[in-house]
Design a protein around this ligand. Structure first.
Ligand code: FAD
Length: 404
């Protein structure tokens, strides 16, 4: 079949759906189509926020993001701030509330509600949605674009690339945005996984599999601290995980160190005196009991091992002052060497995408081609966990839609 539209949006995810809605709200006579490769739109949205969808955050700010579009973020975030996004959703019928850390979720706590209000709005406003489409080619013509899929041909005056990044391929992640944008003359930073577990080198890791603990984590490079976070660290067979580690993964490079402070609420000195008390209490017990009541048993043993304590069958009373100091220091500086970030399958986002300076932040128009627009994760920018990435997808979707 052959179709003709004012604008065709490639990708029916967070940014593409919002773009279509914003375009029709501003300009109802525009004809708009969304072309989606999955058999339904918004599959990734349904998995966000553990099925609850953390759609924005009370402290959305430029510093929460990394990537070449960061320099232009202020212009986007000052116009499309938290309240603006919340109002957009309220107008579509979605109420949201923030948790104690400023993260906004739908009141009903269901990600499906976010998708539903976007889908309902598309229906109501007359957006045509084509699912299960495999795009064969995108060609620029004199007056617009021609998008050919296996079954259909779409011509459009304007084209919006909203097909995200390679993160989470099972939910629709693909490299298509990079391919399309490169073919249309853009510079694209290769996608790399982010907001994911970080694979690390360590003999003790295997023994820690499944343990979760509250901690402070610091990424260091050449002895210099790059980024710190607090939260729950999860140990897997070959990686460190948990939201605080996901946030570090935005900055990691192979060879960096991740130092975990396993007792971040007390100082080295306080921990040392706690260990002295434990030594007295457990004097006659084998020394691998020293950290009983402080850490998970397997974590305690790993700390003792990393501290170089020899002979776990020695009684606690046998431990020297120096050994106690080293154990306390090791628990406050439990260090792993970064191998690499886990793959796209486990990543919530990807770094990379079209170079920031090739996009006009006032309209999300390509600077190479004024009838081409880009929004969402296809742009080289990635935010921390906490609703920042969906905020960016919705904000840039709105801007692109309103600018068509
Ligand atoms: C498990 C998980 C949990 C997350 N939780 C949160 C959260 O709580 N808060 C938050 O802010 N962010 C979260 N994110 C990140 C957030 O989902 C993304 O940043 C956001 O969805 C990006 O929006 P987008 O429109 O750019 O891309 P997407 O939402 O990925 O949409 C892109 C769409 O394009 C389609 N597509 C891809 N290639 C093609 C093609 N060639 N042709 C046609 N269609 C194509 C895809 O199928 C998809 O539907 C999470 C991500 C994951 C994976």
């Amino acid at each position: 079949m052959k179709y003709k539209y004012d604008a065709v949006i490639i990708g029916g995810g967070a940014s593409g759906l919002m773009c279509a809605v914003a375009a029709k709200q501003k300009n109802p006579q525009l004809t708009i189509a969304i072309i989606e490769k999955n058999d339904r739109v918004g599959k990734k949205l349904l998995s966000t926020g553990n099925g609850r969808c953390n759609l924005t955050n009370a402290s959305v700010a430029r510093e929460r993001y990394v990537g070449s579009f960061q320099a232009k973020l202020e212009a986007v975030l000052s116009r499309y701030d938290t309240q603006h996004i919340l109002k957009c959703f309220e107008a579509l019928g979605l109420q949201a509330a923030q948790d104690s850390e400023g993260r906004y979720y739908p009141l009903c706590c269901q990600a499906s509600a976010v998708l539903d209000v976007l889908r309902f709005a598309c229906d109501r406003l007359g957006v045509d949605v084509f699912c299960g489409e495999t795009i064969k080619s995108i060609k620029k013509q004199n007056e617009g674009f021609c998008v050919t899929s296996h079954e259909n041909t779409f011509t459009a005056r304007k084209l919006i690339i909203a097909c995200g990044s390679k993160a989470a391929p099972k939910l629709g992640g693909s490299a298509s945005a990079a391919d399309y944008l490169k073919n249309l003359g853009h510079t694209v930073v290769p996608f790399s996984p982010a907001l994911c577990p970080v694979k690390v080198d360590s003999g003790v890791l295997k023994a820690l599999k499944g343990i979760r603990t509250a901690a402070a984590v610091t990424l260091t490079r050449g002895g210099k601290a790059i980024h710190s976070e607090r939260g729950e660290v999860q140990f897997t067979e070959n990686a460190l995980s948990g939201i605080c580690v996901f946030n570090l993964s935005l900055y990691t490079r192979p060879g960096d160190s991740i130092t975990i402070d396993l007792c971040n609420d007390i100082s080295d000195k306080e921990l040392y005196s706690l260990l002295q008390q434990h030594q007295k209490l457990f004097a006659a017990l084998p020394c691998d009991n020293l950290l009983t009541g402080i850490f998970h048993k397997r974590l305690a043993q790993a700390v003792m091992k990393s501290a170089g304590v020899q002979g776990f069958s020695r009684p606690c009373s046998d431990l020297t002052e120096d050994e106690l100091r080293i154990i306390a220091h090791t628990a406050k500086h439990f260090t792993f060497t970064v191998k690499e970030n886990s793959g796209f399958e486990q990543a919530q986002c990807a770094k990379g995408g079209v170079k920031g300076d090739e996009i006009d932040e006032r309209t999300m128009q390509s600077k190479k081609c004024r009838i081409l627009y880009v929004c969402g994760e296809a742009i080289d920018i990635c935010g921390e966990c906490g609703g920042y990435n969906l905020h960016f997808a919705f904000a840039t979707g709105c801007i692109a839609g309103e600018s068509l």
